[in-house]
Design a binder for this molecule. Structure first.
Ligand code: ADP
Ligand code: MG
Length: 252
């Protein structure tokens, strides 16, 4: 094959779907449709919110860090056999993803008691759980994402029984892959929130995995390296996000 032909084949394979209109602006990201109806672009902002946007601020470079960290985790999970929406990172703040229909059930996997679980059940933050706990929350800003039972999701048609079974299985797999990876880097995965979506009949992992959506504690010092620094006004927010990226980077 001639050099010219090679280049044209290559160009085609590398060709970027064209970015079209923004169709959703959330608290942390903007979503753009593309010339390919099966693909979207996630743009990661520096905006930070907590307690369902009752507290607002910006975290410098957060978008860049969350985009890179999500890329890293999605790659790791794909290699471990978890289907994700990740296609490739386009630049500092943008990621190309498969367009899914988001299942409006946020799945939280907990390994150590923290946050709302400590408050709700009167447990000490930091208590290790004998096994991971999977919780569901209804994804609804007006209702502040309330904790729900599987039966609520089934009865109100937010997900089918088969989908929830898959969500459970994938969420626990993601939790074990990430926990092991982070443990090797001196980080405890305390808990994390995952979003799943439907893509051509398959349930796949979507959204982002980063210090906004997980609790990361330093294994030795128990220092918080996640959005709790923002939620609880602990200071050193940017530094914590940078430190987390450093810990998970391949050259670390
Ligand atoms: P929110 O304020 O709802 O959390 P974000 O700022 O996190 O929103 O923006 C991302 C939005 O896009 C979320 O609502 C999320 O459910 C949705 N989303 C994530 N990944 C995909 C995808 N691959 N296809 C379609 N929607 C997605
Ligand atoms: Mg979000």
């Amino acid at each position: 094959m001639s050099a010219l032909r090679w280049r044209s084949v290559n160009n085609h394979m590398q060709s970027e779907p064209e970015k079209r209109e923004m169709f959703y602006e959330g608290k942390a990201k903007k979503l753009y449709s593309t010339s390919d109806p099966d693909l979207v672009i996630q743009y990661f902002k520096d905006d930070a919110t907590a307690f369902n946007a009752k507290k607002r601020g910006t975290i410098e470079q957060k978008g860049v860090i969350n985009n890179r960290m999500s890329e890293l985790f999605f790659n790791l999970l794909e290699r471990a056999g978890v289907p994700t929406h990740f296609v490739r990172r386009l630049n500092d703040r943008e990621m190309l993803c498969k367009r899914v229909q988001i299942i409006p059930v946020e799945t939280v996997v907990r390994n150590i008691v923290a946050g709302s679980m400590a408050r709700r059940l009167g447990r000490e933050e930091g208590e290790p759980l004998p096994r991971p706990i999977v919780e569901y929350y209804y994804k609804s800003d007006p209702l502040d994402d309330p904790l729900i039972l599987a039966d609520h999701a089934l009865v109100f048609g937010w997900a089918t029984a088969e989908e929830l079974k898959k969500v459970d299985e994938l969420a626990l797999k993601v939790n074990s892959v990430l926990s092991e990876f982070l443990d090797q880097r001196g980080i405890l995965l305390v808990d994390a929130k995952y979003e799943f979506g439907r893509y051509h009949g398959e349930v796949i992992l979507a959204d982002e995995i980063c210090p906004d959506t997980c609790r990361f504690w330093d294994k030795a010092t128990r220092e918080k390296l996640d959005k709790d620094r923002f939620r609880r006004d602990l200071g050193g927010i940017e530094e914590a996000y940078q430190e987390m990226l450093r810990r998970v980077s391949p050259d670390a």
